[in-house]
Write a protein that binds this ligand. Structure first.
Ligand code: ADP
Ligand code: ASP
Ligand code: MG
Length: 403
């Protein structure tokens, strides 16, 4: 007996049959004597469909109104799921993010949770209710609805688990757990029984959307026991935990991220302070920069290339163009037809051959590398998007990750 937080993603509640399937998983956990708090996402592709609806009306809507719109998806699924649980004869109540005390900052569309007032959820649990909470949404100090960024329901679940001191946070999705690669891309990808928070955080940040990266960050910070499981059938899943007894694998997984674009500033004057002015400008506009390359100076000029999220490309380009006189590049080029492919593994740091092996796999597949970045536990390359899936398969094979 304990307190269990369960999260069900969009595909897990996509239609009536799946909603009932999820309702049965929840009520079984409840029948075992547990207190159960459930976080649920919008059904199927609802969030994407709502975005399309907005675009039909206004191509540049305010973020506040977007959050108002997108949060409605989760409100549909919490009520439907609660009705299914009622139909099964169990006590249940659904709560929006606001009702559940999910307090965020005011960064609409990508708000951060600041605090959770758990009184309401706690009092519903004390009344023996199963509590269903809308994922992905919260409320700011102006009492306006905010959303936590795409995939944010995972973060809602982990945050609730931390605030309620839950015994476990179970993330139910449409695959059996975390794999060595996206099983939709690599047919023989292998399910991992365990993975460390750090490795999972890298994988999630580098495109493995099975878990949202902020949710992993939060699980690590508050030491939440996190599990990834299938909502469709019973299987062991993957446990995400502190590193100690997780075997240090050379390479734990390979992932690709299509949400990236490259910007190059050509022939910038080779004097101190140029990189500072470029990147402080972008930081001022809240634009995150990822891979960075600066060429060595030749003829008093150098080239600076970097990547940003695709969604930030337009803004980054206009900021740079507005400040062209300060930075003074000869030309600004960009390419959003690229992908970032990365390998992740905690054992990598002590093994110098790993990056070379990755590059060999790409060479053998005749795939050209535009940029490279490494850290202690990852190697990332930027390549043409058309090559990305082929690259993931080739790298998975090269490291023999299926075995
Ligand atoms: P949910 O709607 O449940 O939140 P998501 O679509 O956000 O589900 O995440 C699950 C998907 O993540 C899977 O269907 C799978 O295609 C993808 N995925 C990407 N990388 C991995 C990985 N390494 N292991 C498992 N799934 C992955
Ligand atoms: N419904 C939101 C999205 O599609 C949140 C989530 O699924 O986690 O991004
Ligand atoms: Mg998700």
């Amino acid at each position: 007996m304990g307190l269990v937080v369960q999260k069900f993603g969009g595909s897990s509640v996509a239609n009536a049959e799946r909603v009932f399937n999820v309702a049965r998983t929840i009520t079984e956990t409840y029948k075992e004597g547990n207190e159960v708090v459930v976080v649920v996402s919008a059904q199927g592709d609802t969030t994407d469909e709502l975005i399309e609806k907005a675009m039909e009306i206004n191509k540049k809507p305010s973020k506040r109104e977007m959050d108002m719109l997108l949060s409605s998806g989760e409100q549909i699924s919490i009520s439907l799921l609660a009705m299914a649980i009622e139909a099964l004869g169990f006590p249940v109540i659904s709560l929006t993010g606001w009702q559940a005390g999910m307090k965020t900052n005011s960064n609409y569309s990508i708000a951060r949770l600041k605090k959770i007032d758990t009184e309401r959820v706690r009092s519903e649990l004390d009344k023996n209710n199963i509590v269903i909470v809308a994922g992905f949404q919260g409320i700011n100090k102006y009492d306006d609805i905010t959303t936590l960024g795409r995939g944010g329901s995972d973060t809602s679940a982990v945050a609730l688990a931390a605030a309620l001191h839950a015994d476990v946070c179970q993330i139910y999705t449409d695959v059996d757990g975390v794999y060595t690669a996206d099983p939709r891309i690599v047919k023989d990808a292998k399910k991992l029984d365990e993975i460390s928070y750090d490795e999972m955080l890298e994988l999630a940040s580098l495109g493995a959307n099975v878990l949202n990266n902020r949710s992993v960050e939060m699980a690590k910070k508050y030491n939440v026991k996190l599990m990834v499981l299938s909502s469709l059938h019973k299987a062991a899943g993957t446990i995400v935990k502190e590193v100690n007894d997780v075997e240090k694998m050379l390479v734990r997984g390979v992932t690709r991220d299509n949400d990236t674009a490259r910007i190059s500033l050509l022939e910038v004057e080779d004097t101190p302070g140029k990189a500072f002015s470029v990147f402080s400008l972008l930081a001022k506009h809240n634009i995150n920069v990822d891979l960075i390359i600066q060429s060595i100076g030749r003829n008093n000029t150098k080239d600076i290339s970097f990547t940003v999220a695709s969604s930030n490309l337009d803004e980054a380009l206009s900021v740079l163009n507005e400040n062209k006189s300060v930075i003074a590049p000869k030309d600004i080029q960009w390419n959003d037809d690229v992908s970032k492919v990365s390998i992740v593994g905690a054992g990598m740091v002590t093994n110098p051959g790993v990056a070379a092996k990755m590059f060999e796999a790409l060479y053998k597949s005749n795939i050209n590398i535009h940029m490279i970045a490494t850290s202690e536990i990852k190697v990332s390359v930027l390549i043409d998007r058309k090559d990305a899936e082929r690259a993931v398969v080739a790298i998975h094979d090269e490291f023999d990750m299926a075995n």
